[in-house]
Ligand binder design. Structure first.
Ligand SMILES: Nc1nc2c(ncn2[C@@H]2O[C@H](COP(=O)(O)OP(=O)(O)OP(=O)(O)O)[C@@H](O)[C@H]2O)c(=O)[nH]1
Length: 406
């Protein structure tokens, strides 16, 4: 994802999270009244959903979401600890702080895997982070409680009894989490941030005890975000972010009798890679993919593999599609690719042969072959082969052009 796409994803995801929190607050308040006696029977729901989220996290190798699910699961059992063993009021007081701190710490941590050593080191990290926050909260509370309490007061709707110091710390932890999310807005970070925001929102609104319904919804959101990741893994190309070959084949199966297939190939890409390095080549592929993906006329773009892309137009003739393909070709050829310092291969890189000068602009072009489904070509594979043949002709004709199959 380039910077703009990352920002767009972050904003979209943040808005989604906001909607989720509002829904949460509304439903946690209203649903128990609506569901009445059924709520009693739904006690198993948060436990089961959190277990499902934990199992799914293991399947996907998401150790941080696994730990987060277990922490939320543990939070369901903490209030049940006998009073003599641990002060329930202290548990209620520190539980939300511990959860928010843990989720934010996990956001900044890396995926460690599931070996005992990895899990133990994640646990040590969480214990250290929480100890630091609790000590900071206590010392802030003792030293500067008065002015902080005056400065930071919970909103009037809040039912919690938090000091100004604790509020300050919580706000700071949230900001640290939000920064992490903006820097790397992945689904996993979205899930962890959703957890910190929900826990804080619930605390403010309902006091210290986290409603079971909230944990159920949070666990369901974890599962949905993991499933969304699995969809992306299966159908999207990792490098360019556009749909990949598997998605193309699935789409092909849904096409009727009238459609057009376009095969596109970046020109002289091998020498581009040799000249500027593979990493710059990757950036260029992303740029080309974003141009191809914006094709008009209802065309759907896919990365076929390597430096090849496929566009499919349903219900169009080759002549009709050609207009839109020409537009994409022109856009790619006219878009300057700026080689910044950070794009240059490292000095010890084996790929570097001719490193670019500072802020040098380079251009790439692409060739296109177009074929339509018809009497001669009825199978998708055959139409693709014909488009490939036309692409070959475009290369032979000097590249940077569009050729139609006969
Ligand atoms: N950077 C980068 N390079 C890739 C990727 N996939 C394929 N390539 C490179 O793309 C190049 C394709 O080169 P060729 O198929 O020889 O064709 P070409 O140099 O583009 O020449 P023409 O197609 O004849 O214009 C190879 O050097 C591959 O290594 C990728 O994901 N990233």
């Amino acid at each position: 994802m380039n910077l703009l796409e990352t920002a767009r994803f972050a904003v979209k995801s943040l808005l989604g999270q906001l909607v989720f929190i509002v829904l949460l607050i509304v439903s946690v308040d209203k649903l128990p009244i609506l569901l009445g006696q059924y709520m009693q029977k739904l006690q198993w729901l948060p436990h089961s959903l959190l277990l499902v989220a934990a199992v799914m996290s293991v399947q996907f190798g998401y150790s941080r979401l696994f730990i987060a699910s277990l922490l939320l699961l543990a939070s369901l059992y903490l209030p049940a600890i006998p009073a003599g063993f641990i002060d329930p009021l202290q548990v209620q007081h520190f539980l939300p702080i511990v959860l928010v701190t843990s989720m934010t710490t996990l956001m900044w941590d890396k995926e460690r895997g599931f070996s005992p050593v990895a899990l133990l080191s994640a646990l040590v990290l969480l214990v250290c982070a929480n100890a630091a926050v609790i000590i900071a909260s206590m010392s802030l509370h003792m030293t500067s409680a008065e002015w902080l309490n005056q400065l930071l007061q919970p909103p009037s709707i809040a039912k919690m009894k938090f000091s100004g110091a604790e509020l300050l710390l919580l706000v700071m932890i949230q900001i640290i989490g939000i920064i992490r999310f903006i820097l790397a807005p992945t689904n996993r970070h979205a899930a962890l941030m959703l957890a910190t925001l929900s826990v804080s929102g619930m605390m403010l609104y309902f006091g210290m005890i986290l409603p079971q319904l909230m944990l159920s919804m949070l666990a369901a959101a974890f599962c949905v975000l993991i499933l969304h990741d699995s969809y992306n893994m299966a159908f999207k190309d990792e490098l360019t972010g556009i749909k990949g070959r598997r998605a193309l084949m699935q789409y092909a199966a849904t096409l009727g009798k009238k459609y057009v297939v376009v095969m596109a190939d970046v020109d002289k890409f091998k020498s581009f890679n040799d000249k500027y390095g593979h990493d710059v080549g990757d950036q260029v592929l992303k740029m080309v993919a974003s141009c191809v993906d914006k094709v008009g006329g209802g065309g759907r773009a896919f990365r076929y593999g390597g430096e090849e892309f496929t566009i499919v137009f349903a219900n169009k003739s080759a002549q009709q599609a050609k207009v839109f393909v020409e537009a994409v070709r022109e856009t790619i050829g006219a878009r300057p690719f700026l080689l910044r310092d950070q794009d240059r291969p490292k000095s010890n890189s084996k790929q570097r042969k001719n490193p670019p000068k500072k802020s040098q602009q380079v251009f790439v072009t692409a060739s296109f072959g177009v074929a339509e489904c018809g009497q001669q070509l009825t199978e998708f594979d055959d139409v693709m082969k014909a488009a490939d043949g036309a692409l070959y002709k475009a290369k032979a004709a000097g590249r940077n052009c569009v050729k139609l199959a006969p």
